[in-house]
Every structure is written in C-alpha cells, then in structure tokens.
Design a protein around this ligand. Structure first.
Ligand code: PEP
Length: 244
C-alpha cells in the first residue's frame, strides 16, 4: 500500500502525519506500506518511521549517479536518507515534465543500480481509453520500458497501473476495468519472463483510491495493492485504506 504525497507536506507536517498514522496502521502485518513524501521531507519521514513497518520512497529519481543535472536528485542521495523506494514515470511527470518511456526506463535502471525498489507507473490517458487503445498503450509502455530489464532486475520492481483519467479526478476505475488492465500487463510479463515472474510481480492500482473503494479493488485477485495520492495525505484516511 503506497502513498504518493505529491507536492504536499513540510518536514514538520510529515512528523505530525506519522504521529497519527503509526498507532493506526504503522505495524500492519498483512501488507507493506510505503510513503512517498517530497524529497525535502524524506529524512523526516525516515526518522518518523523508525521502528515501524513503514518504508519511505521518493517520487522520482535521476538516471545519473551525479553530475551537472540541476534540480535532479540521484539514487545515492535518496538512499542516503534511508528511503528504500522510488516512484518512476508517474503520469504527472510524463504529462508536465516531458517524461518518456525511454527516460522512465533509465530512471528505473538507476533505482535498481542504487538499491531502491522502483514503483514503475504506467497507464492510458482518457482519449486513449475512449478510442479503444488502452491495451495497445499498456503493451507499448511495457515493451518500451520494464520488459527491457533483465529478469533479475525485473524481479525487484513493482508496477503501478494508473489510468491517467482516474488520477486526482475522483473517477476510480471499476475493479473490473482495473483487473482487466492488470491482466494485460501480467500477460506481457508472462510472455517475456515466464509464468513465475508474472505470478510474482506486484501490480498496484492507482487512481482515486479512497477508504470506501479499497476493499472492492483489493477483492480482485489481479490487484496486489494500491498507490494512493490525495487520500494518503490524511493519516486516518490512509490508515483505513491500509486496513481495508
Ligand atoms: C497518484 O498520485 O498516484 C494518484 C493515484 O492520485 P489520486 O489517488 O489522488 O488519484
């Protein structure tokens, strides 16, 4: 169960979140919990999560180790905060910051190189769904990205299926729509890496997940977890998602 805080919460606000969230869900044993605050709150989150099951992730990662890349944050810097995960290729990065399948792959490889678990986001835009090309888009995003990893690298990632039309819009994909997309992704994985890898890969659904729709989504065997934006900002709401 992953929370993406986007561009919200200072270090002080991060500490306040953990104070409320930890007693509610900090030691949940049925799932892994990852919270992804802004870079500037990573260290505060790692400190506030110490002694719990909660892991902390970044929302992006540079493809290089270091160098003249103003404004980028690299894997070693993220890892030095104690964070263990990095979201890669979020649709807001693709939409507003020119992220492409190629740069997403490079960032995914960088996360792996520096020991971070990449949560790789893919998903179709509204016009792509309406024109009936969802499957083709997912196949393209897989084949120009995660399927280029080696089998060993692939075993370390998580995938988030996030239909762009469902992110921050209040329009959740129905559990059936989400499961259908997850099946498409898993079948691509099966073709490339085999059944074992396809069974083992964790595919999260993201897009307007809320406390009242989590259980129905999680009831789909294809859905292994959720990536939550808006509803992860409130400790009570995210705890009730975690404890669905
Ligand atoms: C997200 O940011 O990845 C996301 C799914 O946002 P929301 O839950 O607000 O739709």
């Amino acid at each position: 169960m992953a929370g993406n805080w986007k561009m919200y919460k200072t270090p002080t606000e991060t500490i306040a979140f953990f104070e409320k969230f930890r007693p509610l869900a900090g030691n949940a044993e049925h799932c892994e919990i990852v919270i992804c605050p802004p870079f500037t709150s990573l260290s505060a989150a790692v400190d506030a999560a110490k002694g719990s099951h909660i892991r902390v992730g970044a929302q992006n990662i540079a493809w290089a180790k270091e160098g003249a890349f103003t404004g980028e944050i690299s894997g070693p810097k993220i890892a030095a905060t104690g964070a263990t995960h990095a979201i890669v290729g979020h649709s807001e990065r693709r939409q507003y910051f020119c992220e492409t399948d190629e740069t997403v792959l490079k960032r995914t490889q960088a996360a792996l190189e520096f020991g971070l678990v990449p949560i790789v986001c893919i998903g179709e835009r509204l016009e792509e769904r309406e024109s009936g090309s969802t499957e083709a888009v997912l196949i393209r995003q897989c084949s120009c990205g995660i399927l280029d990893l080696t089998a060993e690298q692939f075993a370390k990632i998580a995938i988030a299926y996030e239909p762009v039309w469902a992110i921050g819009t209040g329009k959740t994909a129905t559990p059936e729509i989400a499961a259908d997309a997850h099946r498409t992704i898993r079948s691509q994985v099966r073709e490339k890496f085999g059944k074992e890898a396809a069974d083992a890969i964790r595919i999260l659904y993201g897009g307007s997940v809320k406390p009242d729709n989590t259980r129905a989504l999680m009831a789909q065997p294809e859905i292994d977890g959720v990536l939550v934006g808006g509803a992860s900002l409130d400790p009570v709401s995210f705890a009730s998602i975690v404890n669905f």
